[in-house]
Design a protein around this ligand. Structure first.
Ligand SMILES: Nc1nc2c(ncn2[C@@H]2O[C@H](COP(=O)(O)OP(=O)(O)OP(=O)(O)O)[C@@H](O)[C@H]2O)c(=O)[nH]1
Ligand SMILES: [Mg+2]
Length: 321
């Protein structure tokens, strides 16, 4: 057990992002890259670029805006070389993603006060797996982590969290299927306090009988947390499944109307060839994208960084121009 702890290391974020975006890089973005392998900048370049950006899930509005800005800068700076135009596009894309990180708040972990993370999202988006990733992420900083099985809707959900807890060697507070999630969270808050836990991560159901119930429940959980720690939950993460494309964005919009989301995690980036979702999330939601999920293992995650993300779309290891 001790050895496992010692050797379990977080992979380099750059490597994770590069790996996660491999399909996208080799799919639509390879086509985008090739668009610039021409002798001169012409109208067809812009038309094809817009179409490919939309195909990559960058979103209609954002694609149009990127192309327009590119055209304007090419004109203003009298750029004639397609390779230079591609560099302008790359920088524009980084700037756009920076919209998604500039609102990110610095979070401070205080000794003796559990840092509570509430994980939300539509069912199947990858909440529980993301919790395992976050647990390992915080363990990597030497923090003690506890999990709370706030999704009592399905028995399998509770078991799934317990399995992760065993693998990651962190305690899981769980009740029976159908139990009140509020009671689970109450117990978890008390246990986290008593055991001096640094980080408590709470799983939630992605679907209840109605959407109203779900939002009311998240609200109730927040109230219960605040009885113990007034500033809790210090992080409310919305998990968005990259494979659901623009639909994911619609869901995210719905959630953020009812719940105060502090951070976004884009999951399953490895499973899609259209990893442009981050651009529309950045533009539309204004909530910081903080993490990305790049696989099914607990180590398959990284902190989101705009420059690394964009460079991974255009270049991979050993690739380039
Ligand atoms: N390839 C890949 N698969 C993922 C990723 N994250 C989660 N998954 C898979 O997606 C499926 C659903 O993940 P869960 O973590 O159970 O999703 P959930 O949101 O908790 O689902 P519910 O509890 O049913 O609402 C599982 O098969 C996971 O292994 C990811 O980043 N990449
Ligand atoms: Mg789950």
């Amino acid at each position: 057990m001790v050895l496992r702890k010692l050797f379990r290391r977080q992979a380099e974020p750059d490597v994770q992002i590069e790996k996660g975006l491999e399909k996208t890089r080799k799919g639509v973005f390879l086509e985008i890259t090739r668009l610039f392998d021409r002798s001169e900048i012409d109208d067809e370049l812009f038309e094809d670029l817009e179409m490919l950006l939309i195909q990559a899930d960058v979103g209609w509005d954002v694609s149009q805006r990127l192309v327009k800005e590119l055209q304007d800068r090419i004109a203003a700076e009298r750029i004639v070389n397609p390779a230079d135009a591609r560099e302008v596009l790359r920088l524009e894309m980084i700037q756009l993603l920076e919209l998604a990180t500039r609102n990110r708040k610095v979070k401070i972990l205080q000794r003796g006060v559990p840092f509570v993370i509430l994980v939300t999202g539509v069912n199947g988006t990858g909440k529980t797996t993301s919790i395992a990733k976050l647990a390992q992420y915080h363990q990597g900083f030497g923090r003690t982590v506890m999990l709370a099985a706030g999704d009592t809707f399905r028995a399998a959900a509770i078991d799934q969290l317990k399995v992760w807890g065993e693998r990651l060697d962190c305690p899981v507070i769980a009740h029976q299927q159908g139990a009140d999630p509020g009671a689970v969270v109450f117990d978890a808050m008390v246990a986290a306090h008593n055991r001096n836990v640094d980080v408590l991560i709470v799983d939630t159901a992605g679907r209840l009988h109605t959407k109203h119930n779900l939002m009311a429940e998240l609200h109730k959980l927040r109230k219960i947390m605040q009885k113990h720690v007034p500033e809790a939950p210090q992080e409310v993460i919305l998990v968005i499944d990259a494979t659901t494309g623009q639909n994911g964005l619609v869901q995210a919009n719905e959630f953020s109307k009812s719940v105060e989301i502090t951070d976004i995690m884009i999951s399953k980036l490895d499973s899609t060839a259209r990893g442009g979702i981050a651009f529309s999330v950045a533009k539309e939601l204004g909530t910081p994208i903080s993490y990305i999920g790049t696989g099914e293992r607990a180590t398959d995650m990284a902190e989101f960084r705009p420059d690394t993300y964009v460079d991974s779309l255009f270049f991979g290891e050993g690739e380039g121009f």
